[in-house]
Design a protein around this ligand. Structure first.
Ligand code: KIV
Ligand code: ZN
Length: 532
């Protein structure tokens, strides 16, 4: 192990408690597309509190009257966590932060000033002595309001180490209780972070009186690694955001740091957090729903593919023993169960297992025949759905599904709750039916009306709509999964009208169910299954 990253505590010592400081509502909310309204911030704040983070940074009150109000509201509803408010090292900022936190059960004022020469000279136009003066003044002012004061030396990783030590000393002497050393522009390597913490711990006499903290940005994809290096070198607080949202490339992702501490033997014995990890995915999904920004599918821990396996060798291993390809269980982070995605890389084992889950036990000959057809289909389609397996079983495919249901008319009324929809659908050539439905929004109402017309029992399992291209006239692509008489069928459609796209996707799934019924009937008529 490189000398720089040697652990600072002995392996036998009791685990150290790591304070998880969440800044989703402040640094995260600053990122493009992640802006939240006051009520949305409250929803996220409640979820963070239930997740078990120690500190929730609620915002930057001086930035606007609306922000002040929203921090005040968060301060009122959060029950367990400390609520922090950000303030530049300026008297007016500190006053405003104190005002915002007046009703918090556990308030913290977080004041910051840049310490790198680049920021001091070019951004603030002040010298080092003036900076030290402002640090002392703002920390003392904050301490007059609250006992819990954090000072951040913005751009710490690009600060001359001897001046950083001076700045930290000044903040500690002025009464700061937490000292945060940010990698503001995501420019540090874990070795640099380790050296920075070592230098501060060696150079500041009363450093044990304060909690050291790290705040990493992900411009080079090193934010999580840097946070872990900081912990190994004396930090006991990490600052992070859900899904890693934040300025530019984002902040260290809370779920990554917490799970690295939980999963890796190197950290497991030495550090604990109070995060209820099984709430990680639900919290991530709540944030994604509110902001409309979904984490990329391959995002660690919370991405849609974080527990999906397609390669045949991996699927075989997973079926034999999940530990072969999973280092944590989906349940540990509140994710949906592992999915073995069936596609052209999948093998026989996964295919047989999926048929079993669908209620079909295949004989060896049936397996051979099904696998042959499966491979042919997988060459043409990215993902093989359960409905495809059903069709294969009955000797057909779900490609070129005949149209059974046609949308003739759709009328919706929304804007007032509940929304209302009327649909007219033609079935085959000579049957037309009409139905009405109400629901939470126009799509929900349309689905309720369509469910009335469906000749089967239908449940909506999954629904997503995505704009293809920018602009308000973008095409909306609707994807959904229906459970029709207990069997899953997907549907998709696209239209510039998203309600229309959703309705057509619904009918597409009904068409597939109708096709499956016909295939099944034909198979029974022939009284032969599986190439007999
Ligand atoms: O990135 C940063 O330096 C910050 C500070 C305000 C803590 O967000
Ligand atoms: Zn930041």
């Amino acid at each position: 192990m490189p000398a720089d990253l040697r652990p600072t505590s002995t392996p036998d010592a009791p685990p150290s408690r790591v304070i998880v400081f969440d800044t989703t509502l402040r640094d995260g909310e600053q990122s493009p597309g992640s802006t939240m309204t006051g009520p949305e911030k409250l929803q996220v704040a409640r979820a963070l509190d239930q997740l078990g983070v120690d500190v929730i940074e609620a915002g930057f009150p001086v930035s606007s009257p609306h922000e002040l109000e929203s921090v005040q509201e968060v301060a009122r509803v959060v029950e367990s966590a400390t609520v922090a408010a950000l303030a530049r090292a300026l008297p007016a900022d500190v006053e405003r932060a104190a005002e915002a936190l007046a009703d918090a059960r556990r308030p913290r004022i977080h004041t910051f000033l840049a310490t790198s020469d680049l920021h001091l000279e070019r951004k603030l136009g002040i010298d080092r002595d003036q900076a030290l003066h402002r640090i002392a003044q703002s920390v003392e002012a904050a301490r007059r309001h609250v006992d819990d004061v954090e000072f951040s030396a913005e751009d710490a990783t690009r600060t001359d180490p001897s001046f950083l030590v001076q700045a930290v000393r000044t903040a500690v002497e002025a009464g700061a209780t937490t000292i945060n050393l940010p990698d503001t522009v995501g420019y540090a390597h874990p070795h640099d972070v380790a050296r920075m913490f070592d230098a501060v711990r060696d150079g500041v006499p009363d450093v044990d009186r304060v909690v050291l903290s790290f705040h990493g940005h992900d411009d080079l994809g090193l934010a999580t690694a840097n946070s872990l290096a900081a912990l190994e070198h004396g930090a006991r607080q990490v600052e992070c955001t859900l899904n890693g949202i934040g300025e530019r490339a984002g902040n260290a992702a809370l779920e990554e740091v917490v799970m690295a501490l939980r999963v890796l033997p190197r950290f497991r014995e030495r550090f604990v957090t109070h995060v209820r990890t099984e709430r990680l995915c639900p919290a991530s999904q709540l944030l994604a729903r509110i902001t409309g920004v979904r984490p990329q599918p391959n995002k660690a821990i919370v991405g849609a593919n974080a527990f999906a396996h397609e390669a045949g060798i991996h699927q075989h291993g997973m079926l034999a023993d999940r530990r072969t390809y999973e280092i944590m269980t989906p349940a540990a982070v509140g994710a949906r169960d592992t999915t073995l995605v069936l596609g052209k890389h999948s093998g026989r084992h996964a295919l047989v297992r999926r048929y079993e889950e669908l209620g079909f036990t295949l004989t060896p000959e049936e397996t051979n025949r099904a696998y042959e057809l499966f491979v042919m289909l997988a060459d043409r389609k990215k993902v093989i759905h359960d409905e495809d397996l059903l069709a294969i079983y009955y000797g057909g495919t779900m490609e070129r599904v005949p149209r059974t249901f046609r949308l003739e008319h759709l009328d919706v009324r929304c804007g007032r709750s509940p929304s209302w929809a009327r649909v007219r659908v033609a079935r085959g050539d000579d049957e037309t039916a009409e139905a009405e439905g109400t629901g939470d929004g126009p799509i929900d109402a349309t689905f309720a009306a369509l469910a009335e017309l469906a000749p089967w029992e239908v449940r909506l399992d999954d629904f997503a709509i995505r704009a293809a291209g920018g602009g308000s006239d973008a095409v909306g692509e609707a994807h959904l999964q229906l459970r029709i008489e207990g069997r899953p069928f997907t549907g998709r459609s696209a239209s510039t009208d998203i309600v229309d796209a959703a309705a057509r996707a619904y009918l597409h799934a009904l068409d597939k169910a109708s096709h499956a019924d016909r295939l099944e009937a034909r198979a029974f008529e022939r009284l032969q299954l599986w190439g007999v």
